[in-house]
Every structure is written in structure tokens, then in C-alpha cells.
Design a protein around this ligand. Structure first.
Ligand code: Z57
Length: 823
């Protein structure tokens, strides 16, 4: 054993004594604090650094193994990684919880408080970003040599506060206290060109003369999976100027303009766009997309070429997954690098590009499908526009040769009709060998709607890979009472092989087990009761049904339908307070994009209705309404274990998958939902009798869109609906501003695009069935246990195996091998 190895080994944690020693060492020599004078932030930094040390050997071993065995690598390009906190999950993955807790207690620090003090890394908006984070966990768990590539936003998703019921936004500055997980890599730096013009040389070679060049600098965060044996890298790029100050200008006394280029470069990674699902056609957004995509491709090509000399074998050793169209510029950028830098022909470059790339689509909503005006695109990325035109020509030839009669204008990447622009979904589709939807229904609808023509031209390119969630964070770590019960009952195989959780199904018939399952839920509910009390000052009973809708605020997700049901229920209770009501707490959480006025108005409506209901002495515990501000990953981790009912009520055909639906079912909540996204598959697996399905199907909705839907007639025919809308529209909940919600009622009356009125009656019926079902405690618990037992398939590990097998062509170990361990 050489000296270097001996030093490394001394950092390994075996027991609490080791933890203590390491934390003190970090406190003194990395944080620079005397333990006597350390504050919580110092302890937190020291603990993170000590835990991070535990990852390093495995991390390096993982990298070495990938090189030595020349393994195929997977690159997950995503504009968003919604990680949340890392400390608790990393400690649990490494199996260090007991010694760490003991050590901190002995040092006089509070472990749980330290965990709570870690800021959320909120580098994402919602489902898409959180999916990327779950996939990182699973790729590490499965030992796939993978990198996540994204942007190191200085400001993640805004912080939401509620003032007088209205949403206000404040910047989120997670980096201010220092991100102790990351390693800055000052030597890993790439040039990122923008603008300028393309000049063709006499030999016919296109040469791009960019107007400006900035730098992308790498920051690496190690990501451990279950049991921490394999560690991958999340590499995030920060924008840096080619030179920090323009000294000539500075010396002339032009101090501000001397910094101008620096400010421009740093702006590219300053802030995450807060629009989930809707698209903002902004210059800065296009620059962000190109910035991180170009840096990532340059980096992975450098890595490939450091151990291979034949670039034409790239697809055998590299798979690149595009998370939505945000990195779709990769199609043109990879071609540019292969042609302009590595001297390949356009034809060969295109073939390699297509074999290497694949694309995940996350929505069919027209407003989310990115399209850049030719003017903007050509001014920022002139060389790429030329390349895209070339690809489009090839693609048009394929289309023209196809037997089917097609409207050629509709399949073009560059739209020449009225809109004029580059269709990024088309570009990603044409430049990929596989294109996947995120649930079975969504993949079907892709073929029937937005990608119909492209599907007919490139049959069998589209497939569905249903989303999944990591059981480590979303059960084992966030729900200790239930996790402990499961481990005691069926062992712990399910943590690394979630389908093994099915073994708990027979216990649904065991009264003693049901009692304990309920007790676990009750414990989680009591914790949430305390949080609701302290954060919004509302007292709720843990015996009431906790009815939860937590997700981004969006009309298609129909929080409006939910609050309208609350209004109907409020009136019904007032009319007959003595009847046998099932007590409920309706809990909402979610952010509205700052520019999305209707979504913000719905938040205000929820809060106005809550104010009336919660303060009405006649209502008492029968109904309470809570809007928890600043919904994020960490609050999700506390709400989900406490939920009884999961609201998944999007307009059918509009929610591509949903992933909160999976997390809630896994934690023993029953779903009330439409046949949309992954709800369809959840229903198939838990059984129709263990889920509350209602409302129009995607097919019904599509038919109505063709034949027309008359919401006025529906409202006139439903007394309850009319009463609810009249009350909201006339200011019953906003007496200080009676017209406040007029716009909402008008929308529903004349242009109910999301079919809220159409589904209202069916939703209320199903809610009353839920009420009755909840009163039968034993049967309710039986059904919730079956939900937990039967949703194991929705593990992100299963999803990643599907990607590995059907898209990336990389091998994964079996679930057994994962649980048995070994390197
Ligand atoms: C986003 O969070 C999703 C789709 C988008 O196009 C964008 Br932009 C952001 C969501 C879908 O709405 C969910 O249905 C889906 O579960 C999630 O992506 C992950 O696939």
C-alpha cells in the first residue's frame, strides 16, 4: 500500500468516532472555524464536506472503470435539474445515517436542524426538472457511466410568498451560502461563439466568424446512487467572459463599460426561466440553450477523443439524451463540430449525429413547442441556420419520396408559411434515432397529433417510456415511518428494486398491519399539521382526510376545478351542518409563472375561498383549505407522506405523464383523477377498484374540440355549478372587490378550453364516493396498502432500464445484482 492510499483510507467513515474526527477536521481546516465558535452554517458546511469525501473514491473508481472497460457513456442534457437537498439522501444512500446522527449529537449539534438548513438546489421548474434529478439517482444506482449536463443558474426558481392571497416572487439565491457539494474545474473551459456571419471560402468551405466569444466553465457535483457504490457526475456550466475587464477602457476611466462584456457573459447562467410548459421566445433563452449544449458536446467529444481515434465510432460509445427540445440545437451543433472542427462530410456527420442523439418529448401543448423566428435564430447562430437548412433539404427529399401524400410544408423543420421559424421539435425528431413520450397515452397521442406526419415518414422512431420516480428519496428517505414498517415486514430489497414492494400486498388483509400502516400515516399527518400551524396559522385536524393538489399552477391542471368543488361543498355544509360530513383538509401548493395572470388569479381565488371557509364557525373541522406557500422539493417531501387523497385532475390528453401521481400513490394516497398521462397506467396496476377515476377521456376531449362544446348549456343545466360560479363571479369571496374573479367565470362560460364545466358534475360525484370510502377506515387502508404495493413499476430504475435497453443500447445489471452488491 502506498502512502497516498493510506491517506485516503483514513477518511473512511466506519463509526461515529470517525464522523466526529472528520467533521472537526473540516470545521477547522476547510471552513476555518474553531468548533467552539461555529454556527449552524459552519457545522452544515463541515458535514457536507465530510460526506462528500466519502464519495470521492467511488467516484474516481467509477470513472476509471468506464475508461478501462471502454464502456458506452450516457449524457443526459437538460436545461433543468430540480435536485432539492442532497445531504440527507446522500447520507442514507451511503448507509451513514446512524453514525452521523450519533456524532452530531455528541458534538452538541442538531442533525435534523442541519439537514433543514441546506438550501434546495431549485434548478428546475417542475416535473421535467425533477425527472432529470430522479434519473441521475437511478443511473448511479444502476451503475451506468453517465453525466448530467446543465446550467449552473445563480438564481434558481423564484421563491414564492403570499401577500393578502396574491403570489409575490423573490429571487432564490441558493449559491450565496456556498454550494459545498461542487468541485470547481477551472481547467475545464470551452469557447462559446455567438452571432457574426458565415463566409464561404473559395474552396466552398463555410467558415463562421462569430461576433463574440464567451466561456463556459465547469462545476461538478458527484451523484451517488443507492448504496453509493457507483458515483456519476452532474456537470453544470457557468458563463464567464473571455476577459474579466477591458483594461483599455478601464484605463480611460470608462469603469462600467469596462465590465460590460463580463456582465453579458455571466448573464447567460444567471437565472432560470420560470415558465413551466409555456415557451418564451427570448434571445437570452436561445443563448442559454446553445451555451450549455455546445459546452456539453465539446466536452463529451474531448472525452471520447482522449481514448478513441476513430470519430466514426462515436455512436457505439456515446448516447446523448435530449430532455425536451431545450437542447435540440445539439442536432446542428454536433454536426457543426463534426464538420467544421473534425473535418467530416455533412452526410457522414448527419448519420453519426442521428445515431448518437435521442429526444424525449414532454408535452403536446402548442405553446410549449419551441419555435424560433428565423431573424433571431440567424442573428445568434448563423452557421447553425445553414446546417439546419441542409438537414431540412435531406429531410424533404425523404418526405417527397415517401408514398404517402403529405403536406410538405407541415413536416419542414424551417417553417416557410406565415409563422416563419425553426421548429425545434421537428429538428429534434429528425436528428434523433429514437423519440420518446413519457407515458403510454402520451406516446400514442404524439403519433396521432403533433408528430403524425413525422411518424409516418420515420415509422417506429416514436416509443413510450413511462416516467418513474426514485424510491430512495420518495419513500425511503421522506417517509421514515412507512419505510421502517415496510423494512420490518418485507425486508429492504424494495429500496433497490421497487417492484419487490409487491410483497406487502397480502398484508392488506392483515388487520394488525393495517393498524400500523394507519399509524405511520397518522404520524406523518401530525408533522404536517404542525407545519401548517406554524407556517400559515391554520389549525387542522390530523383525523380529517388530507386532500392534496401539489404541482405547478396551470389551467390545464385544473386547480380551479378543485377549488370550485370546495365552494360547492362549503355551501352544502352550510345548508345542513348536522349531516354526516367527512372532514377534509384541502391542501394546495404550487407556483404560477410570474407572467401567467390567470394562474395567479386562481391562487388568489384559492386563498379568498380559504379565508371565508376557514373562518366560518359553522364549518369547523368539516372543511379546511390551506395554500402552502413556496412549494418545492423539500415541502413535497413533507406533504406527500401525509396525503390521503391525490388530486390528478388535468384535462384528459394534456398532462404528458405526471410524476407526483406516482409519488403520492407510493406513499399510500388514493388517486382521484382523469384518464390522463400515467394515471391510465396507475389505474391498470392498482386496479380500477383502488382508484377514483372520473370525467372525459382524451378521446372525448378531442371529439368536443371538433364538434364544439357549449359550456353555457352545461352551466344552465347544473344548479350547483351555477350557484358556485355565481358566487365566485359576484364577489361572495371578494366583497372588497366583487369583480375580482369575473374573468374566471367569463372564461368558463364562453370559452372553457380546459373543460372544467364539462367535468364538474362527474368530479363532484366521485368526491362524494371518496367521502364515503374514507369513512370505512379498514377498507380505505386496505386500498391504500394495495396502492403502495402495486406501483413498484413506476420506479425511475425501471424507466432508466427501458431507456438503456430501447434507446441507449447500454447494459444494466439485474435488480438482484443491485441488491446483492459488489462492485
Ligand atoms: C415540464 O415540467 C413538463 C413538460 C414540459 O414540456 C415542460 Br417545458 C416542463 C412536465 C409534464 O407537464 C409532466 O406531465 C411530466 O410528467 C413531466 O414533464 C416529466 O415528463
Amino acid at each position: 500500500m502506498n502512502a497516498a492510499t493510506a491517506v485516503t483510507l483514513s477518511r473512511r467513515i466506519e463509526d461515529a468516532e470517525d464522523v466526529k474526527r472528520l467533521i472537526i477536521e473540516k470545521l477547522k481546516y476547510a471552513v476555518g472555524k474553531d468548533p467552539e465558535h461555529s454556527v449552524r452554517q459552519d457545522w452544515s458546511a463541515a458535514l457536507i464536506l465530510a460526506v462528500r469525501d466519502q464519495l470521492v473514491d467511488h467516484w474516481m473508481a467509477s470513472t476509471r472503470r468506464a475508461y478501462e472497460q471502454d464502456q458506452k457513456r450516457v449524457y443526459y442534457l437538460s436545461m433543468e435539474f430540480l435536485i432539492g437537498r442532497l445531504l440527507k439522501d446522500t447520507i442514507i444512500n451511503l448507509g451513514l445515517e446512524a453514525p452521523v446522527r450519533e456524532a452530531l449529537t455528541e458534538l452538541g449539534a442538531d442533525y435534523d436542524e442541519i439537514l433543514r438548513s441546506e438550501p434546495d438546489a431549485a434548478l428546475g421548474n417542475g416535473g421535467l426538472g425533477r425527472l432529470a434529478a430522479c434519473f441521475l439517482d437511478s443511473m448511479s444506482t444502476l451503475g451506468i457511466p453517465a453525466h448530467g449536463y446543465g446550467i449552473r443558474y445563480e438564481n434558481g426558481l423564484f421563491r414564492q410568498s403570499i401577500h393578502d392571497g396574491w403570489q409575490a416572487e423573490e429571487p432564490e439565491d441558493w449559491l450565496v451560502t456556498g454550494h459545498n457539494w461542487e468541485f470547481e474545474r477551472p481547467e475545464v473551459i470551452y469557447n462559446i461563439p455567438f452571432g457574426g456571419e458565415v463566409i464561404t471560402t473559395p474552396e466552398g468551405k463555410a467558415v463562421w466568424h462569430p461576433a463574440e466569444v464567451m466561456l463556459a466553465a465547469a462545476y461538478d457535483t458527484p451523484i451517488a446512487g443507492w448504496r453509493g457504490r457507483h458515483v456519476n457526475t452532474l456537470r453544470l456550466w457557468a458563463g464567464k467572459p473571455a476577459k474579466r475587464v477591458d483594461l483599455d477602457r478601464f484605463n480611460r476611466g470608462e469603469y462600467l463599460s469596462a465590465m460590460e462584456a463580463a456582465v453579458r457573459a455571466e448573464t447567460v447562467s444567471r437565472i432560470l426561466y420560470p415558465d413551466d410548459t409555456t415557451e418564451e421566445g427570448k434571445n437570452l433563452r436561445l443563448r442559454q440553450e446553445f451555451f450549455f449544449t455546445s459546452a456539453s458536446l465539446q466536452d463529451l467529444l474531448r472525452r471520447y477523443l482522449s481514448s478513441h481515434d476513430d470519430i466514426s465510432k462515436l455512436p457505439e460509445k456515446v448516447a446523448i439524451q435530449l430532455n425536451d427540445t431545450h437542447p435540440a440545437i445539439a442536432v446542428a451543433e454536433l454536426m457543426r463540430l463534426l464538420v467544421d472542427t473534425h473535418g467530416l462530410s455533412m452526410e457522414v456527420a448527419f448519420q453519426l449525429t442521428r445515431e448518437t442523439l435521442s429526444y424525449t418529448n414532454h408535452t403536446l401543448m402548442p405553446e410549449a413547442l419551441e419555435r424560433w423566428s428565423l431573424q433571431l435564430f440567424g442573428s445568434v447562430l448563423p452557421r447553425h441556420l445553414d446546417i439546419i437548412r441542409w438537414i431540412d433539404e435531406q429531410h424533404l427529399r425523404t418526405a417527397a419520396a415517401a408514398k404517402r401524400t403529405l403536406d410538405l410544408e407541415r413536416v419542414r423543420i424551417v417553417d416557410h408559411t406565415n409563422g416563419q421559424g425553426v421548429r425545434m421539435g421537428h429538428l429534434a425528431f429528425v436528428g434523433s434515432h429514437r423519440v420518446n413520450g413519457v407515458s403510454a397515452l402520451h406516446a400514442d397521442l404524439m403519433k396521432q397529433t403533433v408528430f403524425q406526419d413525422l411518424d409516418s415518414l420515420y415509422p417506429s422512431r416514436i416509443l413510450g417510456v413511462t416516467n418513474g420516480v426514485t424510491p430512495r428519496r420518495w419513500l425511503h428517505s421522506c417517509n421514515k415511518p412507512l419505510s421502517d414498517l415496510l423494512i420490518e415486514t418485507i425486508g429492504e430489497d424494495w429500496i433497490g428494486d421497487l417492484e419487490a414492494i409487491e410483497a406487502v400486498a397480502p398484508y392488506a388483509e392483515d388487520a394488525a398491519f393495517r393498524e400500523r400502516f394507519r399509524a405511520a400515516k397518522h404520524e406523518n399527518k401530525c408533522r404536517l399539521v404542525a407545519e401548517i400551524q406554524s407556517r400559515v396559522g391554520i389549525h387542522v385536524s390530523p383525523d380529517a382526510m388530507f386532500d392534496v393538489q401539489i404541482k405547478r399552477m396551470h389551467e390545464y391542471k385544473r386547480q380551479l376545478l378543485n377549488i370550485m368543488e370546495a365552494v360547492a361543498q362549503y355551501f352544502a355544509i352550510r345548508n345542513d351542518p348536522a349531516a354526516d360530513w367527512t372532514p377534509r383538509v384541502k391542501i394546495f401548493g404550487g407556483k404560477a409563472a410570474p407572467g401567467y395572470e390567470m394562474a395567479k388569479l386562481i391562487i388568489k381565488l384559492i386563498n379568498d375561498v380559504a379565508r371565508a371557509v376557514n373562518s366560518d364557525p359553522v364549518i369547523g373541522d368539516r372543511l379546511k383549505i390551506v395554500f402552502l406557500p413556496n412549494y418545492n422539493v423539500s415541502t413535497a417531501e413533507r406533504i406527500i407522506p401525509a396525503a390521503d387523497l391525490s388530486e390528478q385532475i388535468s384535462t384528459a390528453g394534456m398532462e404528458a405523464s405526471g410524476t407526483g401521481n406516482m409519488k403520492l400513490a407510493l406513499n399510500g394516497a388514493l388517486t382521484i383523477g382523469t384518464l390522463d398521462g400515467a394515471n391510465v397506467e396507475i389505474c391498470d396496476r392498482v386496479g380500477r377498484e383502488n382508484i377514483h377515476i372520473f370525467g372525459l377521456t382524451a378521446e372525448d376531449v378531442a371529439n368536443y374540440r371538433i364538434s364544439g362544446y357549449d359550456s353555457r348549456a352545461v352551466i344552465d343545466g347544473n344548479e350547483t355549478l351555477k350557484t358556485v360560479l355565481d358566487a365566485i363571479g359576484s364577489g361572495v369571496f371578494s366583497p372588497e372587490d366583487p369583480n375580482r374573479f369575473r374573468a374566471i367565470v367569463d372564461r368558463l362560460s364562453y370559452d372553457d378550453y380546459f373543460f372544467v364545466t364539462a367535468d364538474f358534475a362527474a368530479y363532484l360525484d366521485e368526491q362524494r364516493k371518496v367521502d364515503r370510502a374514507f369513512m370505512d377506515k379498514e377498507d380505505w387502508t386496505r386500498r391504500t396498502i394495495l396502492n403502495t404495493a402495486r406501483v413498484g413499476w413506476f420506479s425511475a430504475d425501471r424507466a432508466i432500464r427501458d431507456y438503456a435497453r430501447e434507446i441507449w443500447n447500454v447494459e444494466t445489471p439485474s435488480a438482484k445484482e443491485i441488491n446483492q452488491g459488489g462492485e
